[in-house]
Design a protein around this ligand. Structure first.
Ligand code: NAD
Length: 318
């Protein structure tokens, strides 16, 4: 039986990845600084650790009968645009420490295959209509925020360990990911979850506030597609970062319209000042298509699976 360590398994994508690995018959140790808020863990073992501490990384990586076959590093101090713009020091400090200690100790302990979760936040701001960017075009670098700079640093660190320490490293740059069992309130939620929550709280015919003018262009990847992509990238020969993203690009206003349609409500938008992030994103998926990955869920299909879960959280919290 193959063994896997999932770091950040008390979080959204890590929690779903554990389920995927169990379906693939792995023995899984899940680690996080907190337990999962929304679902019981499906892992064989769950350890509470603070991966900013080197000894906790060593504890997470230690198996009685050898090393893990695969390590998936998804732990990060993480949130939507509101968090990313207000917690620059925490992101630069906490996520960098996690990656420094995890990468170094995984290599020292002889982990054969290591996955690092990066982000399309490593790319510069784009204008709508610009040709799509390949992975190599992240350099020369000009990310919009410190979160993107930390991811770039951690990518380069992992690649240095692959070149110099013989650890096979696979890196994926995730597009915005959404789905059930993710943060939906409290300040760290990302745009799809925040819009679902606001629509769930609104009356039919009501008005919700949206940061910015609603024209920013994004693509949103449903979490089942994301974990499938993570698993495929990890088992591929793709050296260096690989984008994972649904190729359907929509404006924030279109995202609201999709959520409102799924909710069966007429919703008005009030645009207010707030951290918006980049104006547009348009990435090449050529690399991940080369290993046979395709997103299966368009935005409507993903929201149809996400909105009812968030609506239920809103009702329960009342
Ligand atoms: P998440 O916040 O739900 O999960 C991250 C987990 O890391 C959390 O459970 C958190 O408690 C844990 N963590 C933070 N500090 C820790 C520490 N010191 N020790 C141990 N655990 C710690 O976020 P997510 O959406 O599941 O993201 C997973 C990964 O994917 C992150 O690296 C994130 O940067 C990356 N990513 C996510 C998205 C997205 O849209 N969700 C997009 C691009 C990249």
């Amino acid at each position: 039986m193959k063994t896997a360590l999932v770091c950040g398994a008390g979080g959204f994508i890590g929690g779903h990845l554990v389920k995927k690995l169990k379906r693939e018959s792995y023995w899984v140790r899940a680690v996080d600084i907190k337990e999962h808020e929304f679902a019981p863990t499906h892992a064989d073992e769950f350890l509470l650790v603070d991966l900013r501490k080197e000894e906790h990384c060593k504890k997470a990586l230690t198996l009685n009968n050898g090393t893990f076959d695969e390590v998936y590093q998804l732990a990060a101090d993480m949130g939507g645009m509101g968090f990313i713009h207000s917690a620059e020091c925490e992101i630069m400090h906490n996520s960098a420490l996690i990656n420094i200690y995890m990468t170094d100790n995984a290599a020292k302990m002889g982990v054969p295959r290591y996955f690092f979760s990066s982000s399309v936040c490593v790319y510069r701001d784009m204008q709508p209509g610009e040709p799509e960017m390949t992975e190599a075009e992240a350099i020369p670098a000009n990310p919009d925020n410190e979160y993107g700079w930390e991811k770039l640093y951690a990518e380069r660190m992992a690649m240095a360990y692959e070149r110099n320490r013989g650890m096979t490293v696979r890196i994926a740059r995730f597009q915005n990911c959404y789905g059930p069992e993710g943060t939906w309130t409290g300040g760290r939620e990302k745009a799809p979850a925040a819009i679902c929550r606001k629509v769930a709280e609104a009356e039919d015919g009501g008005t919700i506030e949206v940061w910015g003018d609603g024209t920013a262009i994004r693509s949103y990847t449903y979490v089942d597609d994301m974990v499938e992509g993570i698993f495929m990238v990890m088992h591929s020969d793709l050296v260096g970062p690989t984008n994972i993203g649904c190729p359907q690009y929509v404006s924030v206003n279109e995202l609201v319209a999709t959520v409102a349609e799924v909710a069966g409500k007429h919703i008005n938008i009030k645009h207010v000042d707030g951290p918006v992030g980049v104006q547009a994103r348009n990435f090449s998926n050529t690399r991940i298509y080369s290993i046979g990955w395709q997103s299966k869920f368009d935005l409507k299909a993903g929201i149809e699976r996400t909105y009812p879960w968030i609506e239920k959280q809103v009702q329960t919290a009342k």
